[in-house]
Design a protein around this ligand. Sequence first.
Ligand SMILES: [Zn+2]
Ligand SMILES: [Zn+2]
Length: 269
Amino acid sequence: MIKSVVSKEYQELQKGIIKLQEQWKLQIDPETIRPNFDKAAMQAGVPAAALAAIDFDISLFVQWIDEINTTLVTLIPDLEAKLSCIASLLNEETAIRWIDEAFSFNEVYFTSFAEEHGLEEWIPQFLAETALRPYLQLTAEKVQPMINHAAPGAGCPVCGEPARLATLEEEGKKAIHCPRCHANWHAKRLECSHCGNEDHKTIQFLTVEGDATSQIQVCEECKGYIKIIDTRQYISKPSVALLDLNSIHLDFVAQDNGYNSLGEKKLTN
Ligand SMILES: [Zn+2]
Ligand SMILES: [Zn+2]
């Protein structure tokens, strides 16, 4: 598996979106996000974003969706006809619903929305998720000082996204980074983030030829994986979003070998 397996179009789109999200974040009034540091709930694995009060600016959200559509059409002109109806569909009520459902990963809602309006299946959730992220990222910035670990299996302590990306820092410390909200936290070097397994016999590392700075940690207990990138030798560290994008070949390798970024609950008999 080589890096060029990911289409240039996809890479360009993702880079364009990362840039947009950085600009959008600056448009949000930080006072509209009010975290609630409920220690007990956070320790039990409730994502901090679910505990925070967030006043979404609906008109901004709709405007951002429009900007994503422009970016999409610039790269993939064929999409123009498919995306042209979005603006008329996205009234205030629907926009609020999109935010809620993207927040809770409700794929069923988005699939049926796409079906109902004759859209390609990926479009509504992709748009909603992309425009939601600046809010999640700003929430993560606010609660980051309170985050020092994650409950195995609970995903990101800020947004609930399954863990799939880690870096090695000084002294070989493992830091997990969330590509969705950009929160980060430390974890034990030999611990599966999905099921908490710490047995060195069932935790293994896959490497990819020609890529000396990365490895994939896999767990035989739950079949989960996480990418681990040694960024200690990097002169300038890329953003989490770019790190995730530039290491997408590792996701393919892990998934080709039967591992997934969720981990599976082991069946007991
Ligand atoms: Zn997150
Ligand atoms: Zn595991």
